[in-house]
Design a protein around this ligand. Structure first.
Ligand SMILES: *[C@@H]1O[C@H](CO)[C@@H](O)[C@H](O)[C@H]1NC(C)=O
Ligand SMILES: *[C@@H]1O[C@H](CO)[C@@H](O)[C@H](O)[C@H]1NC(C)=O
Ligand SMILES: *[C@@H]1O[C@H](CO)[C@@H](O)[C@H](O)[C@H]1NC(C)=O
Ligand SMILES: *[C@@H]1O[C@H](CO)[C@@H](O)[C@H](O)[C@H]1NC(C)=O
Ligand SMILES: *[C@@H]1O[C@H](CO)[C@@H](O)[C@H](O)[C@H]1NC(C)=O
Length: 595
């Protein structure tokens, strides 16, 4: 256990936004080509700028008009003497090829059609998709080879023995790092904890830190100055009067490489607690763009409540930007199940529950939010809270007439127990109506990312690619930052947090979410294996539907969203296949661009 503690003190990562790629090199390249004709310095700079500008414009047009099938001759750039751009954007290329195909075969296409109608239950019957025509045997073969120890230098599919998420040389839990094992919190712990306190071999500072942690965990008030006395009396208090809640036990078991183990019984226990435990107190969450409530249960258990705003089959308005879209409570529930089914286990448990707005919200809250409750013309009980988007009478949250459905997401450990580090996502969108992000403009963007810590080694880049696959499946475009637990350093999983904007469009597959995969052309063996398993076996839609049947607000998802999952898996597999093809048959760029 000491070992973990040392690991804890090892330097935690600094903020590392991907470097703004310098285009100076490129600029110089053009400059050299033009050098013979242009002698004036000013003219030189000007023309270099113009060339660059044109180049950007071409890329821009490529992105903007890809859908309508206009083809700008990409290899036209060759004439300008651009031989540095060997990488070419895999993203742009894939998107273009993908769209070309969309008229022809059914194999892969950017599936887009208008929703049947806003409230229609059309297509709401569960369907079993037909057996896949293409079983991706080429990809299966690579997996088999790798399990036999062959093909392990494949740059596209990262074999298990080179994947830290599989190897896990160390996998301490938060409890171990903090010297707080879950079992220490129950009655049986008494003698163990007792002797640790009695031997008193650790310096007072240690006691103080530990006391603080325990205080947070058990919500015990302590005002005594003598640390060792506090420590002993605290153990007495703890052991005799308070058991750790399921959520506290769960939090202490969070490990370096996953939130919870496969089949962890505490997950079910937490879901049950959040469904059936009485709600003691409700408070609006400060900050954030949309209304969320912090729910207090007995024993200090907390959950984040997102209210239901509209029916399952209402989709994102076409003119809404992803960043101003409503959050969906059912997306949170479905994303938790999906994350678990895919074997990532990087999302906290979420459950649906219907609450009585009078007794379970209004009666147990206080402050300004009370003033926002009202009865609507339809005699429903409503409130709107206070926030920066959609918190007014026109966007109120209404019960039916006083029963309100919502999602309850279990809280992560507080920062006293396990601080989190927030990272800028390298493939972050620009969050600006007109501007494009770096990754949309730079063809070899992944090379830039790959050479920047912490993406240059270890598991981080593979995690982001897992995340892009996860987000592509759910249609979540709102991934501007991501978080890790600080104490585990860089070699830890990335949390799948906040999926409120997922499952907004059932009939549109947003290819740009896959950009990390398309531009880096690399994926975990284990992730590919899971995708193939669902593609060739029991479909993901069915497994997810069955998993969510246990939820109190089942059916959680509108059927077209489930159908979209099976369709999107094919797109992902297609993308991986193209990466491998490109590797095995590196065609000259010019030909590639036309094929
Ligand atoms: C973790 O990543 C940061 C980059 O954000 C880097 O500076 C640091 O050296 C890395 N730490 C380790 C232990 O590799
Ligand atoms: C592809 O589809 C579009 C509209 O969906 C149509 O206008 C176009 O003619 C089609 N092209 C081919 C080659 O089928
Ligand atoms: C696409 O698939 C549908 C059925 O899934 C079929 O009716 C249609 O003919 C197919 N279209 C093409 C171009 O293969
Ligand atoms: C605390 O846990 C123990 C053992 O798990 C159990 O027997 C006991 O009833 C629990 N006490 C309370 C108050 O829940
Ligand atoms: C909600 O609670 C109030 C107050 O106890 C009660 O009058 C009302 O009938 C409850 N609503 C439902 C649907 O049970």
């Amino acid at each position: 256990m000491r070992r973990w503690r040392r690991a804890k003190r090892s330097p935690t990562p600094d903020h590392a936004p991907a470097h703004a790629p310098s285009d100076t090199a490129q600029r110089r390249q053009y400059a050299r080509t033009m050098n013979m004709k242009l002698k004036e310095r000013l003219a030189l700079a000007l023309s270099a700028f113009l060339v660059l500008f044109t180049l950007m414009l071409i890329v821009d047009i490529q992105m903007d008009y890809g859908i309508s099938g206009h083809r700008v001759p990409l290899h036209g750039r060759v004439k300008i003497g651009d031989d540095t751009d060997k990488g070419r954007s895999a993203y742009i290329e894939f998107r273009k090829r993908f769209l070309q195909k969309s008229n022809g075969s059914n194999g892969s296409r950017e599936y887009e059609q208008s929703a049947p109608s806003e409230t229609s239950g059309g297509d709401a019957e569960p369907r079993t998709p037909a057996t896949p025509a293409d079983r991706f045997e080429d990809l299966q073969r690579i997996l088999v080879f790798q399990l036999q120890g062959k093909a392990d230098d494949n740059p596209v599919v990262v074999p298990p023995h080179r994947d830290l998420n599989v190897l896990r040389p160390e996998n301490p839990t938060i409890g171990e790092m903090e010297d707080l094992e879950p079992r220490l919190l129950s009655i049986q712990c008494r003698t163990v904890a007792w002797s640790a306190a009695a031997t008193n071999s650790r310096p007072p500072m240690y006691h103080a830190a530990k006391t603080n942690t325990l205080r947070k965990i058990f919500h015990v008030n302590l005002d005594i100055n003598d640390q060792s006395v506090i420590f002993e009396s605290l153990i007495r208090v703890v052991c005799y009067s308070v058991n750790a809640s399921n959520l506290e036990k769960f939090q202490l078991k969070i490990a370096q490489h996953e939130l919870y183990e496969d089949g962890e019984p505490l997950v079910g226990a937490i879901l049950r607690d959040m469904t059936f435990e009485p709600i003691l107190h409700v408070e609006q969450k400060e900050g954030g763009t949309q209304l969320k409530l912090i729910i207090d249960y007995p024993n200090g258990v907390q959950a984040l409540f997102k209210p239901m705003r509209f029916a399952r089959d209402v989709q994102t308005l076409p003119n809404h930007f992803y960043f101003s879209d409503y959050e969906r409570h059912n997306a949170e529930i479905a994303a938790f199940h999906l994350d678990r089914i895919l074997g990532f286990r990087r999302a906290m448990p979420v459950v649906g529950r219907v609450v009585n707005m009078t007794t379970e919200i209004y009666d147990v809250t206080e402050g300004d939010i009370l003033k926002t409750f009202f009865v609507s013309p339809a005699n429903n009980f409503c409130f709107h809270g206070k926030c920066s988007y959609y918190c007014d009478t026109g966007h109120a949250i209404c019960g039916n007439p006083d029963m309100l459905e919502g999602s309850f997401a279990a809280f992560l450990p507080t920062s006293d127990l396990a601080e989190r580090k927030v990272w800028r996502h390298p493939w972050r969108r620009s969050y600006h109506k007109r501007r494009k992000a770096q990754w949309e403009l730079q063809s070899d963007y992944c090379d830039t990312v790959r050479s920047t810590p912490p993406y240059d080694s270890g598991r981080r880049l593979l995690d982001l690619i897992d995340m892009s696959i996860f987000d592509f499946l759910t249609g979540n475009m709102d991934r501007h930052h991501y978080e890790t637990f600080k104490m585990f350093g860089n070699e830890t999983f990335t949390l799948h947090l906040d999926q409120g904007r997922a499952f907004g469009k059932a009939f549109h597959d947003e290819l740009s979410i896959l950009a990390p995969l398309l531009q880096c052309c690399t994926v975990r063996h284990t992730t590919l294996a899971v995708l193939l398993k669902f593609h060739n076996g029991v479909p993901l839609s069915k497994v997810l539907r069955d998993s969510m049947k246990a939820d109190p607000v089942n059916p959680v998802l509108w059927e077209p969203h489930l159908a979209a999952l099976d369709r999107r898996i094919v797109t992902i597999l297609d993308a991986i296949r193209k990466c491998i093809d490109k590797l095995e048959n590196p065609l000259p760029n010019e030909i590639n661009a036309v094929v």
